[in-house]
Design a protein around this ligand. Structure first.
Ligand code: 3EB
Length: 350
């Protein structure tokens, strides 16, 4: 069934985006290595400020989600949210220094406590909004690869996300949102934004990969709770959300030390997801060249080869945004996420 609504993603600089007084914005994320300026005058929609540098001439870039007329906006706990029809966008940030948390969570450490607080607030905001389905979650974790308390911080995050989800009666496998988890600047807050819908998406796994929620214990005590992709709607209006995707086959990293080969393997994974998504949603317009991509590059010196591989496969796509970010495994040089589909139109300079 068609929801009769559109969802549109745009990548733009703050000046291109003309956020002040602009209509139809559901929510946005601003990416910058230094100080943020987008939305300085305040916005009436949620704006996530993510502390990751942009790999282009622009100092700051915006990811803007438009969904027609906003019907409500406000905050619930730490979550700033806006609704438009069936969609809900939310954003929240938690400083680890404010993370005192429940006594039982002390063993999680400051990042674990921040994650616990964040996810409890996220689920409470969803519950207050009548429990729309989580479709896509973006997680930005300061110092993601650093080990503290005897455990890498990404793994601490996974444990806390998993346990907070269980504590809130939420799934940790199967019907879990598409997601990504990337590094952010040291000392920045744990920053999360998300999209939810009154419609339940299809949850897509990649036949080439072990589901992340079934990763063996070698990747951490609690497996990451995300689907490889989700699709909202059916036929020509289906909108696809591809999770952060990397050069992983089965559960193992392939092509360590070779960013070009990692990019090609990642694209094979995305194509496998496209095939699954097209089959499940009966949308044959879902093709590599019609998606918009956000590309996380660990080491900026790899940008030229990663860009060459990606753009030879997808052209300009429907938009490309390159960011410098640490990735959740030390041996991964690149991770790519994507959005596409018929209910979605690109409307930016890309
Ligand atoms: C991977 O495939 C790469 O923890 O939410 C990708 C997407 C990754 C989401 C998450 C992690 C997450 O395992 C890492």
């Amino acid at each position: 069934m068609s929801s009769g609504q559109f969802l549109r993603l745009e990548y733009a600089t703050p000046s291109e985006s003309q956020l002040d007084g602009r209509q139809g914005v559901l929510g946005a994320a601003a990416f910058a290595g230094g100080a943020h300026s987008a939305g300085d005058g305040g916005t009436d929609f949620p704006l996530a400020r993510v502390h990751t540098p942009v790999l282009s001439d622009a100092r700051e870039m915006l990811e803007i989600w438009c969904a027609g007329e906003r019907t409500e906006s406000g905050s619930h706990g730490r979550v700033h949210y806006a609704r438009a029809g069936d969609f809900l966008f939310g954003s929240l940030a938690v400083q680890e220094t404010e993370a005192t948390g429940p006594a039982g969570a002390a063993r999680l450490g400051p990042l674990g406590i921040a994650t616990d607080l964040a996810y409890r607030d996220l689920y409470a905001a969803l519950a207050a909004a009548g429990n729309p389905q989580l479709v896509r979650v973006w997680n930005y974790i300061p110092d993601i690869n650093i080990e503290t308390h005897g455990l890498e911080r990404y793994r601490q995050f996974n444990s806390a996300r998993h346990e907070a989800s269980l504590a809130c009666g939420r799934a940790v496998s199967g019907n879990v949102p598409a997601a990504c988890a990337l590094g952010a600047a040291s000392g920045s807050p744990l920053t999360i934004y998300f999209l939810a819908s009154r419609h339940t998406p299809a949850f897509i796994e990649n036949p080439r990969q072990v589901s992340a929620y079934r990763y063996p214990r070698q990747y951490g005590p609690r497996s990451p709770a995300f689907s490889r992709a989700t699709v909202l709607g059916e036929g020509s209006e289906a909108t696809l959300f591809v999770s952060g995707t990397a050069s992983i086959v089965g559960h193992r990293t392939l092509h360590a030390g070779d960013p070009a080969a990692q990019t090609r393997e990642t694209l094979v994974n995305i194509e496998a997801l496209l095939e699954e998504a097209a089959r499940r949603s009966r949308n044959r317009a879902l093709r590599l060249e019609t998606l918009a991509y956000k590309v996380y590059v660990r080491d900026p010196k790899d940008l030229p080869v990663i860009r060459a591989e990606l753009e030879s496969a997808v052209g300009r796509g429907a938009g490309l945004l390159y960011l410098k970010a640490d990735i959740c495994r030390q041996d991964l040089a690149v991770e790519i996420e994507a959005v596409g589909g018929g209910g979605w139109r690109h409307n930016g300079s890309g």
